[in-house]
Structures are given as C-alpha cells and as structure tokens.
Design a binder for this molecule. Sequence first.
Ligand SMILES: [Mg+2]
Length: 247
Amino acid sequence: MGLPLNVKAGNDGLPMKTFRGFLLDADNTLLDYNRAEREAFLQAVVPALPGVPPEQARLAYGRINAEHWARFERGEITAGQLKLGRFQALLDSFGLQADPAGLSRVYLEALSAKAFFLPHAREVLEELSRQAALCLITNGLTLVQRGRIRASGMGRFFSAILISEEVGIAKPDPGFFRLASEALALPASELLCVGDNPTADIGGARGAGIAGCWYNPAGGAWPGPGDPPERTIADLRELLGFAEPGA
Ligand SMILES: [Mg+2]
C-alpha cells in the first residue's frame, strides 16, 4: 500500500535481522490508553461526583489510582481491592457517599468501549499482518481489553491474543512470553516484542530470550532495566522494515 518506509541499518551499518513473528503490546503502543482512560472517567465517574470540578476529580483520581497500583504491585492489596479501593478513596477525598462497586462497574464499562489507534497503528497492523504472524500481548482486565479490541476492529490482524487476566499470568513474567511463542508456533529467536513499557514489555521479553523493540515516540533516554533493547522506534511504520521479506 506504498507506506513510506524508514528502514534503519543496525549499529554496525548492516541491515538488521528480520522476524517471522511479532508480539505487540496494546496500550500506549497500538491504542491510546491515556485518552481512553480520560474519556471514560469524564463520561462515567465525573457525573457521580456532584459539585467537584472535572479537572480536580481527574487529578485526584490519577494520584489515588497510581497509589493503589503501587500497593497492588507490592502485593499489599488484591486486584479486587485495587478496583474498589481507588473509587472508595476518591469518594472519601471529596467527602461524598456513593457505591464504589457501582462506580467501578460503570467506569470499566465505559473504558471497555474506548479504542483509539495511535498514529499509523491501523495501517501498520494491516500491512504487517500480511508479512508476519502477530500476537497481541496485554496486561489488563478481560472485560475491558476484549471490549476495546472489538471496538477497534483490530482482532482480525492477530493470530493470537493474550490478555493477562484471561491466561492467569502477566508481563513481565517470562512464562507469559513463552505462551505467546507457543501460540504463534514460532521459537523465541524468530520473534520481536514491541512495546512502550521498558520493564513489562522489553524486560519481560528479554527474560524469555525474545528480542525487544522499544516504542519510544517521545524520544526519551532508555531508563533500564539493563542495556537498551535491540531496537528503538519512534514511529510504528518502522516495524514494516523488520518483517522477513517474502514471508
Ligand atoms: Mg503499553
């Protein structure tokens, strides 16, 4: 379809290795999660907070949500406590009484319908899926991610879809990436894992012996863990140069 390609040579100046399979992260790699979260919050949560300015509510929720995720990742609370606790804390912070479970439900329902492609994601998926086998790899809730995949229409581009809640294991556990390798019936050496998260996507793939491609549209410095991955891209169209020619 005549996409402008930007095929880079490796650090040694030689063309880089190509791949038969791609593991692609969903949120903030293919889909704009920040926009989805913002719109779902404004639609579902703000109306339940009478008298609270929307921006103030969003700032408070951002802080509370981050605190709850940090506690969840430290093993201090369960996923269920995360889902409800953040809305209870939000209500408490504004001295409001409401049902946090109901708020969580309407928020997740709204979020599950929000799917916005990042620049060039759709056209790259269409072209890349003709050249290589694709597996979607995402940490998240089944209800939310299945809904967003359906809303985006991108499911047809993937040979396999792995959602952490569905498979019972999450990035960066190497076992998650081995499942992806099995799902595509390709060995680790034939795969490239593409994602925006240095720990979950790149570190996780590395743990399973899979090459990494960091999606870094903002152009920031590699924060670790470890050395930078084999590849870094700022534009998803660069992926088309990494598929095996004629595959
Ligand atoms: Mg991501």
